[in-house]
Every structure is written in C-alpha cells, then in structure tokens.
Design a protein around this ligand. Structure first.
Ligand SMILES: C[S@@+](CC[C@H](N)C(=O)[O-])C[C@H]1O[C@@H](n2cnc3c(N)ncnc32)[C@H](O)[C@@H]1O
Length: 289
C-alpha cells in the first residue's frame, strides 16, 4: 500500500492492512489524536494531527519508540548492523539468536530487543512473567531484511518529524483531561474472543477480560458525551464465538463491517460460526464517509 508507513515491528494484530478502512473514519484537521493501544503504532504513525498521543501498557515497546525518536536514524541503523554482525545473525543461526536473547534478558538493551524481534518467530514480541523475552527463533523466515530496514527508516523519520507523545500505562489511567470536542481517540485493544500473545494472561502484562471490555465501553460512552470522536476496532464474532456485550453496546453507534461480504449479507448464525466478523465502531460526533 504505497504511501502508508508500515511499522518495523510486524506486530501481532497490527492494523497496517486495514489502514485504508480506518484512516477515512477520522475527521480532517485533528488537533489531538490518541492511539490508546498503540502496539506497532501502525495507526498513530499514519495520522496527521497537531499532537499524536501513543500509549501502550508494554513499557519496553514505548521505550523502544522513544529510542527511535531520539537517535539519529543513520546511527541507529549502524548500531543494529553492528549487533547483527557481532552475533552473526541470519535466518539459520539459531545459536546466535539465543545468545543475543540471553544477553537481552540480562541487559534489557532496547536496541537488542528490536534486533531480536527481527529474527524471532513471526517477529513476535513476547515476554514471560519475569518480563524475559521468550519468543523462539524464526528459522528460515525472519531476519533484518531490506523491507524491515526501509520500514524502520520511514517509521523513525515520522516519529522524529511528527509531534508524537509517548506514554505507557493501562488505558484506564490515561489522562484525557486535555482533550476537547472534535479530538479523536482510536482504540485497538486485544479482542476478548481472540487470543494474541499479549493477552493470554501469561505474559507478565495485564490480561484482557470482560471487565476490561466493560471499562472500555464506559470510557468510550463518557468520551462520546464530551463530543470526542472515537473509533474502536474489534470483532463481533470469531470461530463460532460471539462477543454479545460488544454487539449490544455497539447498537447505539455506527458499526462498519470491514469484511465486505458481511456488509452485504444478513447475519445468519451459520455465518457467525464460520467467520471473523471484524468491525470499526464509531460514534456520531462526525459523519462517517
Ligand atoms: C491489537 S494490539 C494494537 C495493534 C496496533 N493497533 C497496530 O496496528 O500495531 C493491542 C495492544 O493493546 C495493548 N494493551 C493490552 N491491554 C492493555 C491495557 N490494559 N492498557 C493499555 N494497553 C493495553 C497490548 O500491549 C497491545 O500492544
């Protein structure tokens, strides 16, 4: 997709492929934009706004973006290439990968964390309960290749040029007091009825349950009452499971079905069994295009 910046993190649940559906949901001339569950930051990095707030509970991720923001890109690239050469990393050298992983878990160097994600299985970023990086090696698949390098360069360039304010913490603790009417909050939380490596409850970070869904719905209702625009990415059904609380709550807002075949058919139970019904839910603070 020419034009859009792709996160170098190849993040699980990353929204790069869906940007063409998501970005048109946002109004023009945004003052403050919040990417509340930033993850790979695919959405926030592509938004034009006077201020872009990027928040996630994974502290290491946000600290890594801070490193990208503060380090001249050419120095960063050189440092990455030095680490790759030092550990002789390749798509086949598992030994080098595990040596670097051990070193990262001792030093917690952010640069090493990024290099690990380039060579890890499916480029996943995953920690155990002691916050040790534990993704296995991505044999024959993962490496710091030309496309990750190009994505990294464009990502860092945007991080350095745009006014991106990074924060780390639970979404319930985010300070919304500086937002006013017409500002935009984008939410891409873990989906309660699917499981990502960041929400299976075994990763040292807070799990995502029905209570989190309920708190998020209340927060979005409150923002709606203040005239703040929101867009929520989620799934109504997945592999035979439905998120009934989400379906009920969404009825008061605009629901856009990302899966075009769904948009054109009625919702037979049979369909819900088979497919993932992915949606964008927006409030009516502005007119959906
Ligand atoms: C689906 S991912 C976001 C992907 C992102 N939109 C992208 O395009 O790369 C969801 C993110 O929510 C974060 N998260 C989970 N629970 C959270 C919480 N209680 N507060 C803040 N962030 C949370 C996870 O760490 C994860 O990075």
């Amino acid at each position: 997709m020419p034009g859009y910046i792709k996160s170098p993190m190849n993040y699980t649940g990353g929204k790069y492929q869906l940007l063409k559906h998501i970005l048109p949901r946002f109004p023009a001339n945004i003052s403050n934009f919040v990417d509340l569950f930033a993850g790979g930051l695919n959405v926030g990095i592509n938004v034009e706004a006077a201020a872009i707030y990027a928040n996630d509970q994974i502290t290491y991720l946000i600290e890594l973006y801070r490193l990208f923001q503060e380090t001249p890109t050419q120095s960063l690239l050189q440092a990455i290439k030095d680490r790759i050469a030092y550990y002789d990393l390749s798509q086949t050298n598992a030994d080098g990968y595990y040596k670097l992983r051990t070193e990262y878990n001792r030093s917690r160097s952010l640069l090493d964390l990024f290099v690990l994600t380039c060579y890890s299985f499916n480029h996943q970023i995953r920690f155990n309960s002691a916050h040790e990086f534990n993704t296995p090696f991505g044999r024959e698949r993962s490496s710091f290749n030309g496309s990750i390098e190009q994505n990294l360069i464009r990502f860092c360039d945007a991080l350095q040029k745009k006014n991106i304010l990074l924060s780390t913490g639970d979404f319930r603790e985010f300070d919304f007091s500086h937002l006013s009417q017409g500002d935009v909050v984008y939410c891409d939380p873990p989906y309660r009825i699917t499981t990502g490596s960041y929400n299976d409850g075994k990763r040292g970070f807070r799990d995502w349950t029905q209570a989190e869904d309920a708190d998020l719905f209340s927060l979005l209702d409150r923002l709606n009452g203040q005239g703040i625009c929101f867009t929520l990415s989620n799934v109504l059904s997945h592999k035979g499971q439905t998120n009934d609380a989400l379906i009920e709550w969404s009825k008061q807002y605009n629901v856009l079905h990302i899966d075009k075949t769904y948009a054109n058919c009625s919702y037979h139970f049979k369909d819900r069994q088979a497919r993932t019904e992915e949606v964008l839910i927006t409030n009516s603070a502005w007119k959906a295009p």
